[in-house]
Design a protein around this ligand. Sequence first.
Ligand SMILES: *[C@@H]1O[C@H](CO)[C@@H](O)[C@H](O)[C@H]1NC(C)=O
Ligand SMILES: *[C@@H]1O[C@H](CO)[C@@H](O)[C@H](O)[C@H]1NC(C)=O
Ligand SMILES: *[C@@H]1O[C@H](CO)[C@@H](O)[C@H](O)[C@H]1NC(C)=O
Length: 361
Amino acid sequence: MSRTFCITVAILLCGVSHACARLVFPPGSDMGYIVSDDPETKFDETNGVNDLDIDEQVAERLLQRGEREAIDVVKTALLKTIEDRSRLQRIENINNYQQERAAAGDATDGKWLGRWFPHPPQFNAQTRHDGAPDDLPENMKDDKHGVAMGIPHVKCDNGKVNLTVDWNESPINYTCFNPKKHHLPVLEDLESRLQCVDIPKNYIPQHYCMNREITYNTTLPVYGPHRPLWPTYGEYVFVPPQRWLHSVEHGAVVLLYHPCAEPVEVQRLRIVLTKCFRKHVITPYTLLTTDRPMALVAWGCSLEMATVNDEEVRSFIKKHALKGPEGHMAKDGSYKKFLINKAEYPPGAKQDKNICPMDQS
Ligand SMILES: *[C@@H]1O[C@H](CO)[C@@H](O)[C@H](O)[C@H]1NC(C)=O
Ligand SMILES: *[C@@H]1O[C@H](CO)[C@@H](O)[C@H](O)[C@H]1NC(C)=O
Ligand SMILES: *[C@@H]1O[C@H](CO)[C@@H](O)[C@H](O)[C@H]1NC(C)=O
């Protein structure tokens, strides 16, 4: 199916021009970019693209939005690439040019000829505060994230107002309602699934106030825009992804478990995590699969589990904790809604960088 899709797109774009381009699209992400296959090729009005190579995974994801729409989206993005190239070439101010390239995340070799898809992470000052309330005070604006982080404000996010935008507080999200067989069977033989996405190095997640929804296009997001206030580290009755993804940006490890997951397994996972690392968030999450009803999430990576293997969990934590653009920030968060247990340093650790201290003795 996706193969057909590739061909369709290629044919559609054939008439347009003559060079080759690639849509680079990190798995699990809706943000990608289009680059020329040949780094020397410059797009302009007369020299465009005649073949667009999209990998199957990407094609599948696009197809979920509907083939017609997907093709239009790709075509539009591609035509914009061509436009941007010719516009960039006309830009006399070299500073602007370099800024745009840097924002695009690939300034190192000076040859980036692509375009973010469907939108750049941080492209120009005008769009940075997009969607923030008009009356947001100046001190709440931030050129990096759009809205400043960690400052509670009633007009934006104070951890109290409009929380139902992210979660309607339904018990369905933290209770196992299956009356017949209370807990999900533990599939001992099913291997864990580790998935990592390649996050462009200059990507900076945006902060959005409670006046707008944030959706993720994936059931297990491992990075993305989020709320300005991040949760106090610890265990919750429930905390929505719009909050814990901020913790992930600060290098946290998030433990998600399906409310019907076998409690003995969840407890094992909880013990390993809390003995390894203070910067954690623990919450139920119904959007996990029922065959792998537990997961750890850290910046760019997730580990979905059917059963808990202590060694595998520790190695995931050691490898992926403290990653993310602000991975070493120690400051605790101020969002506390439905907090059950505040996290402590594990026995034997005085700093976060001392991960799994029990292993070292
Ligand atoms: C709450 O659970 C329902 C049912 O699984 C799900 O559709 C919804 O997305 C969940 N909400 C959150 C915030 O996880
Ligand atoms: C809360 O929601 C109302 C109604 O949608 C909206 O007018 C208001 O701006 C929101 N407040 C914040 C802080 O997002
Ligand atoms: C999800 O997809 C829609 C449509 O392409 C896009 O507007 C939105 O920004 C995406 N959300 C995220 C978090 O990437």
